[in-house]
Write a protein that binds this ligand. Sequence first.
Ligand code: ADP
Ligand code: MN
Ligand code: MN
Ligand code: MN
Length: 338
Amino acid sequence: MAKYKLEYIWLDGYTPVPNLRSKTQIKEFASFPTLEQLPLWGFDGSSTQQAEGRSSDCMLKPVAIFPDATRKNGALVMCEVMMPDGVTPHPSNGRATILDDPGAWFGFEQEYFLYQDGRPLGFPADGYPAPQGPYYTGVGYKNVGDIARQIVEEHLDLCLDAGINHEGINAEVAKGQWEFQIFGKGSKRCADEIWVARYILNRLCEKYGIDVEYHCKPIKGDWNGSGMHANFSTEYLRTKGGKAYFEALMAAFGEHCEEHIAVYGPDNHLRLTGLHETQSIDKFSYGVADRGASVRVPHSFVQNDYKGYLEDRRPNSQGDPYQIASRILKTIALVPTP
Ligand code: ADP
Ligand code: MN
Ligand code: MN
Ligand code: MN
């Protein structure tokens, strides 16, 4: 038997953007526990905007477990927040509202800034660094600095050790801006991994005195904002597809533009301006290889007789992947498959 450190992680009740919260529970197991072995646990919801002080208990229901390489016998346990009965989802629990489909595959591209002393890492105390251009996928101290690369690499290793399905990382267009991509089969799995990857990044940065800025447009002016492009496909899109189905799907996306934007992250009007590789927030468009469109259609999709995956470029870096995936699946479900 060994004592395991189980870090129960959940999303609090703050709006429009929930914060990550966590606390540690020690339990003895013969080997690394399975999800089924993990107990429900309570917390004080009155401190997280999830309950009134007089009746403050909320419950944590484990939904995914990952090894935590930073701790001896450590585990990261992603949880859903439940009402005191342990079975009714709390109103803040967006994950419980997803109609999951194992045939739905998602690839999220999480962009973010590393921040120190109130500005992006590598920005001088006064003014700005050299304009954007060399930073995207850049190399060398003047482009990416020193500490950023170290953090990004450490984060990647911690995520891979946890079994998170990272597909890649890159330096982004603005100085101090980075991206990682996570791919998952089943929307819940992929969204869980995004939240746990965010958790690992936030925690890692503590020791460097650095914060992760997820806001979609932290620097005004000629600096890119941060997105979280959602690449998606369904079994039907991958195997049948076709031009008529694709056009019907895009018509449904156009019709429900507002509902999508509503869950694609706050302040998105600051980022979706029509500039910096975006479409304006109030317009819906799609285009082959078009990074100025709402939905980018990969070349391969058209060449493959309209089969494959699509990229919704509108979700932003602060968006909740549970809500984003949930909305995309809802719109897809409105379109009959021929
Ligand atoms: P770019 O920066 O050019 O938009 P990335 O390589 O950063 O592209 O991201 C592309 C994403 O598309 C990856 O995260 C990948 O997992 C995802 N993806 C690839 N194939 C599929 C698919 N069939 N279904 C859903 N997502 C996919
Ligand atoms: Mn990318
Ligand atoms: Mn990017
Ligand atoms: Mn992209």
